[in-house]
Design a binder for this molecule. Sequence first.
Ligand SMILES: Nc1ncnc2c1ncn2[C@@H]1O[C@H](COP(=O)(O)OP(=O)(O)OP(=O)(O)O)[C@@H](O)[C@H]1O
Ligand SMILES: [Mg+2]
Length: 389
Amino acid sequence: MHLTRLALTDFRSYTSVDVPLGPGVTIFSGLNGEGKTNLVEAVGYVATLASHRAAQDAPLIRSGAEQAIVRAAVTTAANDALVEIELNAGRANRVRLNRTPLTRPREVLGVLRTVLFAPEDLALVKGDPGDRRRFLDELLVAMAPRYAAVRADYDRVLKQRTALLKSAGPKGGPTRNQQSREAVTATLDVWDVHLAKAGAELLVAREHLVTALRPHVESAYLAVAGPGRGPAAIAYKRSFDSESQDTGRGTHGERVRAAEAELKAALIDVRTAELDRGVCLAGPHRDELELSIRDLPARGYASHGESWSMALALRLASFDLLRAGREDPVLILDDVFAELDAGRRDRLAALVATAEQVLVTAAVPEDIPGILTGARFTVAAGTLTPDAC
Ligand SMILES: Nc1ncnc2c1ncn2[C@@H]1O[C@H](COP(=O)(O)OP(=O)(O)OP(=O)(O)O)[C@@H](O)[C@H]1O
Ligand SMILES: [Mg+2]
């Protein structure tokens, strides 16, 4: 698939911009702070309904404006689609697909699939477990959009169960809301069932994903870092004791049911501690995607360059998985070449050059390997100028 057009109104630093795009490589160059990342961030938003660098939508709306609009025209072998997203300050966002309003914004997920490489990806290796869980969940949704609903269900149950735990009051303190711990406990039983059900589905899906991703990460790491530099490995670690994870046997349904039973049992084990601390201590929100290079944890051990290569390997592996048997997702490389040595730059460029559409940003165009040639735009002060070839 590829984008044929991206139009922004009051998005980030842009008042109004309309960019024609085509298959192949498109390069956006310009000085720091001129709006290169803002452009590709908008593309990523159309694919994921989230920014790769802002947790909230507010910074995406141009300062002083009430609303931002992102329009993207997507072409696949099967059809053309026009996605229009209205980001509203203090109100719900609205999404239209081919001019028809969608009941839920998340129905648009899957229309555009992207893999975005960005400097922020270093957090996949060096950051908190939450960064790695988000990586898995976003990839899961890109692979199968129905997981957006599974994820939303789990988040809702987790929020309500956590609120209930907090309402029991801190250990030894006066019980708030005149609710005795016994009353909370009875209600907790019900929420345990919901949490285990939604949680098991999410975590087993993540485990399947990690199993599928593993060989791609291993080979992508070697491809980027060079022969003899690995092996790199990934593993999913549940937040609770589990026999069924280790055996890895059974159909998808059987694995979900086994995980559900184990998570329910784990919740009973940790209940006293949960009531004391007012937090939910078992479930996929506390699981970890473990990354290692030559059998050492990447976090805390890997060098800066190795961490970068690991982050790139995770993105390249995502690209491999997303394109297998389907149309290529749009590849976005935001400012990644500046961080790499010449060998890694060239190897990465060779790996991505075959994608149907590649959008590349760079402050220094010379950093982009020669193999990536195509349309070029200079980005300056909120305007785009096509470069004469
Ligand atoms: N909501 C907003 N309203 C107005 N301007 C904004 C908003 N959000 C970001 N900006 C401006 O956008 C600019 C950053 O744009 P962007 O991150 O796209 O730069 P860049 O070209 O990628 O730079 P670099 O080469 O440093 O990565 C900053 O000057 C910032 O002040
Ligand atoms: Mg940038």
